[in-house]
Design a protein around this ligand. Structure first.
Ligand code: HAM
Length: 427
């Protein structure tokens, strides 16, 4: 019988094996972020609902359908964060960071919440790594951020990623483009779903973001889609050209995707995403872009910014499917005999200062311990036999190399140190 309580729909538990893989992914990312000079910022998991409503855009799915909005006992209108950017900008203004140094590089990681229909790659509680470079309008900032984005995936073992890029212009050019989209879609207007028809009025770009395959088929029927890039002004065009040139110089593989619009409304100029087809409908592994009007929208001074978020659950899903991110470090299993239990106990404690060590706590017989060690998948087996121990020695078996040798107690740690592949060393 299923237990009465289960994790809420769209959430899940990470058991130790999985957590080990997550930690590996997070640790790798932390190293890259530190080397890029990003500082970690931790903001609350909930904020005023109004903060998200203002920044994500009233017509976005995130605000319209996906917010975990609630009243607390003090009748405050709050929401669990559906993303990091809004909270990070709030904190940037609240702490007057703009007045200290001009450019800030900030990253965060942790759970975010969106009420969507759970499916492969889509959870209601999921985790993001989020990066923001605040204070620079220069195309070089976009290039750095996209380079960091790609380097994070590289550090996790992804190869041959292609970044999709587009320019989403400015509110004025988007309005002009919206008009062009309305005209383009007019012949199929009656065949669009209710959601898209509504969006055609409130925010036509959102129509391109539809998850409905039938609508994408309609778009293909219509042929050449108007391009936002044809509507951007000269400055935006120059910025775009400079970003692409910078990506070329950096050797970043990208593809221009004229249909790329982001799910949040605050973007200006550069927008980018990476996808992995193995994920099916929820294929975005991460995305971001420039948001030059966002801080002003929060009543701050005009401050440009560019950033991205990576969905860690999807990254882990792909890595697990490909057998990458294998998780915890290598384990040493110490097996004792009746006469060496106390000595083995002391040895275990000593080794645990440096290595991951398992041993029996139930005074089971030698045979049972050996069987358990075999099952545990530990790479190293240290057998503290009575006779060898009397001569200050133990047997060391290495299942990876297929070797067995007798080493002195003093040599043991050195020998293990030379062979253990640590989690952080893995390619
Ligand atoms: P976003 O595209 O909404 O951007 O989300 C980033 C990533 O989060 C997606 O590419 C996807 O991998 C993951 N994700 C989104 N929804 C789900 C879900 N329901 N389940 C699992 N993973 C999901 C942002 O959030 C922006 N704040 C990024 C940004 C930062 N732009 C500028 N700065």
């Amino acid at each position: 019988m299923a237990p009465k309580h289960q994790a809420p729909r769209g959430t899940r538990d990470l058991l130790p094996d999985e957590t080990a893989r997550w930690r590996w992914v997070e640790d790798r990312a932390r190293g890259v972020l530190e080397r890029y000079g990003y500082g970690e910022i931790r903001t609350p998991m909930f904020e005023d609902f109004e903060l998200f409503a203002r920044t994500s855009g009233e017509s976005s799915d995130v605000v319209q359908k996906e917010m975990y909005r609630f009243k607390d006992l003090g009748d405050r209108d709050l929401a669990l964060r559906p993303e990091f950017t809004a909270g990070v900008m709030r904190a940037y203004l609240e702490h007057g960071l703009g007045g200290r140094t001009r450019v800030h590089r900030l990253w965060s990681a942790g759970p975010v919440f969106r009420y969507g229909r759970p499916q492969k790659g889509r959870w209601r509680q999921f985790s993001q790594i989020n990066c923001e470079l605040i204070g620079s309008p220069a195309p070089g900032a976009d290039v750095e951020v996209i380079t960091l984005f790609v380097d994070l995936y590289q550090a996790w073992g992804f190869r041959d990623l292609t970044v999709l890029v587009n320019s989403v212009g400015q509110p004025a050019s988007r309005r002009a483009y919206g008009e062009a989209l309305r005209q383009w879609l007019a012949p199929v207007h009656e065949r669009l779903g209710a959601d898209s028809r509504q969006r055609l009025v409130s925010n036509p770009l959102r129509v391109l973001d539809t998850k409905d395959e039938a609508e994408h088929a309609l778009f293909r029927e219509l042929g050449a889609m108007p391009r936002l890039l044809d509507h951007v002004d000269a400055e935006d065009r120059a910025h775009w050209d400079a970003v692409l040139a910078g990506l070329d110089d950096a050797g970043i593989a990208y593809e221009v995707d004229h249909g790329l619009v982001r799910g949040l409304d605050y973007y200006t100029r550069t927008a980018f995403e990476v996808h992995d087809r193995s994920l099916g409908a929820q294929s975005a592994l991460g995305g971001g872009g420039r948001y030059d009007g966002l801080i002003e929208l929060l009543d701050g001074p005009p401050t440009p910014g560019v950033g991205f978020a990576i969905g860690l659950d999807r990254v882990l899903l792909v890595l697990e499917e490909r057998g990458l991110a294998t998780g915890g470090g290598e384990v040493v299993c110490v097996v004792a005999m009746d006469g060496t239990r106390a000595a083995a106990g002391a040895l275990v404690r000593e080794l645990r200062r440096e290595f991951t060590v398992e041993h029996d706590v139930e005074t089971r017989g030698f045979g049972a311990q050996m069987k358990a060690a075999g099952k545990s998948g530990a790479r190293f087996l240290v057998i503290v036999g009575e006779e060898e121990w009397a001569h200050g020695r133990v047997a060391l078996k290495d299942s990876k190399l297929g070797t067995q040798e007798t080493v002195t107690r003093a040599e043991l740690a050195d020998r293990l140190r030379a062979r253990v592949t640590r989690t952080e060393d893995r390619p």
